[in-house]
Design a protein around this ligand. Sequence first.
Ligand code: NDP
Length: 269
Amino acid sequence: PLPRPSATHDRKDDTTMGRLKGKVAIITGANSGIGKATAERFALEGADLVLAARRLDKLKEVEAYAVAQGVRALSVATDVSQPEDCRRLVEAAVAAFGCIDILVNNAGIDDKNKSITNCDLELWEKVISTDQNSVYFMMKEVLPHMERAGQGSIVNISSIGATRSNAGISYTAAKMAVIGMTKNVAIQYAGTGIRCNAVCPGPTETPIFSPENAAAFDKEFARACARHFDGSVPRTQPEDQANAILFFASDESKAVNGETLVVDYGGTI
Ligand code: NDP
């Protein structure tokens, strides 16, 4: 097991309450945007972390932040669209910490908002494997460990692109599937101590909305269906999503199961 470091940072965020003390959390896509904000928040709440994404150098920066908060952290270079990588990630987590209490399936890519007539098979397969298959792979690997422990909380990151079906075709399909898988797993484990919920972020200030990425969006389709692109409702911050993820991850939501929580300032009501 990894040794426990001592905290070297002042904890300035007085909203933290040690809500995840003693828990071990895997977070995918932990080196950017919502995943990074979640990892940092979880570290402040006392969780030991297993951080996964493809770019190891950027993961290491988040790992250093977590260790400076006094928690243990492990970075594992992972392509979540590959089942073998997901297996290796979970094995590494169990080898380092002995258990997995929390899984946050956050890694994902956008589909440039491509409508069905503009989405080729290559893009479809890339988005489905990254945003949908990954959630299946990760839950399948983690659940046997949660079953053995008799407890666990899975938080899947879907999107308002699912609840409103107004993202591109592949992203909407994948994120809707995430909600379906969330509810399906929740039914299987209802009442056992294992829970599975989903957070649906609204537009959030992360690299997904970088000028270069946004420039490639299918604007005609976006105009046709998305109120949230007209700018009348603000984008959220990654920390807003991290707070919602923390709620599902912590025992404060112990009676909540199979739910989706839309975090978007009400922009899609
Ligand atoms: P970012 O682009 O900031 O972060 C995406 C993360 O996913 C990165 O850490 C990236 O790391 C990782 N990732 C991408 N592909 C893979 C892969 N194949 N294997 C492992 N890791 C991967 O995006 P956001 O923070 O904005 O998005 C996080 C989640 O929130 C996504 O699921 C997204 O769909 C969802 N979401 C975001 C919204 C927004 O407005 N930002 C709105 C609704 C939902 P690396 O490249 O190193 O692998």
